[in-house]
Write a protein that binds this ligand. Structure first.
Ligand code: ZN
Length: 303
């Protein structure tokens, strides 16, 4: 209960918190193959996760994410690992806590189930709810500080995750971030929902923090942040990719450098964003660049 008030009070006071950067692309750099289950790393190579997590803490992240993005039983079933749901999720939260202690918040990641909800797909909302409930129970048993529902492409699926989290643990803050695609008519989710509708659906479902992650690059994220700011009073979170990936000799690289982040982060702060971190392609150097800007601003505010 105290944790909830601390995190949200800090945001209410307009403090800016720094989240961490990519995990998936870092794991690929460490040999994770396309067909491997990223969440199973928690069982096979826990030390690697501790190391990456510690790099982000050293870089200045106030919020550290768990390796549970695809930890719903529906997603784990793609690798035949649905029976490991409890172990994987619980252990992943415990690992981040080992690194974070009381120095950073442990943010439990929840990504899409990979299913498309009726009527567009064949999955019933109740099935998705059951899956999130199982993942969340495992996550909550290890006491995270924050639930981070992220990279959502369907706000209806995000709503189910938010409501389930609030049902199981009303006092644990929930952050929900959606991925938008740019078009001639503006930004929409893959399911065709605009920013205004996404913002109202997430907040009606009970999200404490809303925002956007993945896709795009920082400049488009700035436009998304400004639009979101006009649609909601809730604190905003932006976790941008380091630009859109470029494929070179079968390897993906991301064009936006830590210096580029340094240049644009002040604009995100100016747009009213409260939590700034990275997504695909970002590294501890990107997080350090964000932290430098945030610290410089804090010095200015106290002067
Ligand atoms: Zn991403």
């Amino acid at each position: 209960m105290r944790r909830m008030s601390v995190l949200l009070d800090r945001l209410k006071r307009r403090e800016i918190l720094v989240a961490d950067g990519a995990l998936g692309t870092m794991l690929m750099g460490e040999g994770l193959q396309a067909g491997d289950c990223p969440e199973a790393i928690v069982l096979s190579r826990p030390k690697l996760l501790l190391e990456i997590c510690d790099l982000y803490l050293q870089a200045g992240a106030d919020i550290l994410q768990t390796n549970t993005f695809g930890g719903s039983p529906l997603k784990l079933a793609e690798y035949g690992l649905q029976d490991q749901c409890e172990t994987i999720n619980r252990r992943a939260v415990e690992l981040v806590r080992e690194v974070a202690g009381t120095k950073a918040y442990v943010s439990a990641s929840i990504g899409p189930t990979g299913k498309i909800l009726q009527p567009y797909g064949d999955t019933a909302p109740a099935e998705v709810e059951q899956a999130f409930e199982r993942q969340l129970k495992a996550i909550l048993s290890a006491g995270p500080d924050l639930i981070c529902i992220e990279t959502m492409m369907d706000n209806q699926e995000a709503e189910i995750a938010i409501r389930t989290s609030k049902k199981l643990a009303p006092q644990t803050p929930v952050m929900a971030t959606v991925t938008f695609e740019d078009s001639a008519r503006g930004f929409f989710t893959m399911m065709g929902t605009d920013i205004r509708h996404v913002a109202s659906s997430l907040s009606a479902a009970g999200a404490d923090i809303v925002g956007s992650n993945c896709g795009n690059g920082l400049e488009k994220m700035l436009r998304i942040a400004r639009e979101l700011r006009n649609c909601t009073e809730l604190p905003l979170a932006i976790q941008s990719n380091a630009g859109m990936p470029i494929s070179q000799k079968g390897k993906l690289s991301y064009p936006e450098t830590p210096e580029f982040f340094k240049k644009h982060v002040p604009e995100l702060i100016h747009a009213g964003v409260s939590i700034i971190g990275g997504c695909c392609g970002t590294t501890p150097a990107h997080i350090q660049a964000i932290k430098e800007i945030v610290l410089a601003r804090a010095r200015k505010v106290t002067e």
